[in-house]
Design a protein around this ligand. Structure first.
Ligand SMILES: CC(=O)SCCNC(=O)CCNC(=O)[C@H](O)C(C)(C)COP(=O)(O)OP(=O)(O)OC[C@H]1O[C@@H](n2cnc3c(N)ncnc32)[C@H](O)[C@@H]1OP(=O)(O)O
Ligand SMILES: O=C([O-])CC(=O)C(=O)O
Length: 367
């Protein structure tokens, strides 16, 4: 007779011991190596938090400059990777192209079998350096556009946004894009991180773990929600039509993208609030508040009708839009940011490994 302790979707199950991050619902903190992500988003930049994740402490100004320089030295992507992206069917989703490119990088790693912390940290830096180019250029070649070269004279985030839009961003655009990357950087044990750790736990390599994580993040119950939110917002002209659209979807028992979360069940994802403020800031710049009005109306309706609150993807989507970012890049950019957190998790998994191998509750034919 089996002893059953089955939680559908592993809800509430503790899967790993980690020193990387923790969602403390009681204290309302997203803890990243002992620091609150929301506080960090007000004072620090994406690269500070990427360094914190990989090294365990925030960088000094000198360490940060050296870290940024290392990333810039790794901006170039092997020509063979771009060549493969060019032969993908043009209807390939950029997430699938990103997945292919990351997977290919494994073949260029001369020390692929080295699972040491030092080797994995080196790979994390190489991956973080290459991700902006992989992300943007995989999309560009699918659009029959020539790859764009990174610009090392710009900051990491400014270059990333420049590569996406083809324009050097203004100071406010750079600041908001950097905040968006920072908020997406790490979030404890979402499906993609779990996937990466499960793969790494077989002693498989970081490229395989990240390739699996891209596939996980693509789904619209996870990272793919940000793109779905924007298509929904663009389907209607004003706040009232958006409310009507959501009511209609709810009547059809459809899930509304950008709402709900396994951990934030009774209140709004704190990261979404920061993006809501960023959206307001961007609307102030243009004088056009229509996206903000639609989002707020949707937020109110969902609370009234379902007691559900926005997650990060809900308010990140219109921020991406106002920064001039094409919708198919929203989830690949999320992944690009999350690479820092995922690499920290793969490093930790390789350091303190036990293979994941759960059991089942058998509901098949009697035997
Ligand atoms: C950055 C991120 O990746 S955040 C996640 C982004 N994903 C989305 O926005 C997709 C929409 N949201 C969802 O599908 C879910 O809320 C998830 C996947 C995020 C969490 O899923 P779970 O923790 O398994 O919650 P579950 O789906 O069981 O929902 C609990 C109840 O709330 C309802 N619910 C949850 N989210 C939604 C939603 N977005 N729209 C409508 N109803 C919802 C469910 O239908 C369910 O109702 P029931 O008990 O009457 O059946
Ligand atoms: O935590 C989750 O399940 C999903 C999420 O918000 C994230 O990965 O940022």
């Amino acid at each position: 007779m089996q002893t059953i302790n089955y939680k559908p979707g592993l809800e509430g199950v503790i899967a790993v011991e980690t020193a990387i991050s923790f969602l403390d619902s009681e204290k309302e903190k997203i803890v990243i190596r002992g620091q609150d992500l929301i506080e960090l988003s007000k004072q620090k930049s994406y690269l500070d938090v990427a360094y914190l994740l990989l090294e365990g402490n925030l960088p000094s100004p000198v360490e940060k400059a050296a870290f940024e320089q290392q990333l810039k030295e790794n901006y170039d992507v092997p020509k063979e990777v771009i060549d493969v992206l060019k032969i993908l069917p043009k209807k390939t989703h950029p997430m699938d192209a990103q997945r292919t490119a990351i997977s290919m990088l494994g073949g260029f790693d001369e020390q692929i079998d080295d699972r040491s912390v030092a080797a994995n940290k080196k790979r994390a830096i190489e991956l973080l350096g290459k991700l902006p180019s992989i992300t943007v250029n995989s999309y560009r070649v699918l659009q029959n556009q020539d790859p764009i070269q990174p610009r090392a004279d710009l900051s990491y985030s400014a270059n990333f946004l420049y590569m996406i839009t083809g324009k050097v961003p203004t100071a406010i655009e750079e600041e908001i894009f950097d905040r968006l990357l920072l908020l997406y950087i790490e979030h404890e044990m979402p499906n993609s991180t779990f996937s990466a750790r499960v793969i790494a736990s077989t002693q498989s390599d970081i490229y395989g773990a990240l390739t699996g994580a891209v596939a996980s993040l693509k789904g619209n119950l996870h990272g793919g929600a940000n793109e779905a939110v924007m298509y929904m917002l663009n389907d209607v002209n004003n706040a009232q039509s958006f409310v009507n659209l959501l009511k209609d979807k709810l009547n059809k028992k459809e899930k509304i993208m950008g709402f709900g979360h396994r951990v934030y069940m009774k209140k709004m994802d704190p990261r979404a609030l920061i993006m809501k403020e960023a959206l307001h800031q961007l609307c102030q710049q243009t004088g056009d508040y229509s996206l903000y009005e639609k989002c707020e109306a949707g937020e109110k309706l969902m609370e009234q009708e379902k007691g559900l609150f926005p997650n990060l993807d809900y308010y990140a989507a219109p921020v991406y839009w106002m920064l001039g970012i094409p919708i198919p890049l929203y989830t690949p950019i999320f992944f690009s940011s999350r690479t820092a957190g995922l690499c920290a998790h793969v490093i930790e998994q390789h350091e303190h490994n036990r293979i994941f191998r759960p059991r089942v509750k058998y509901i098949g034919k009697p035997y």
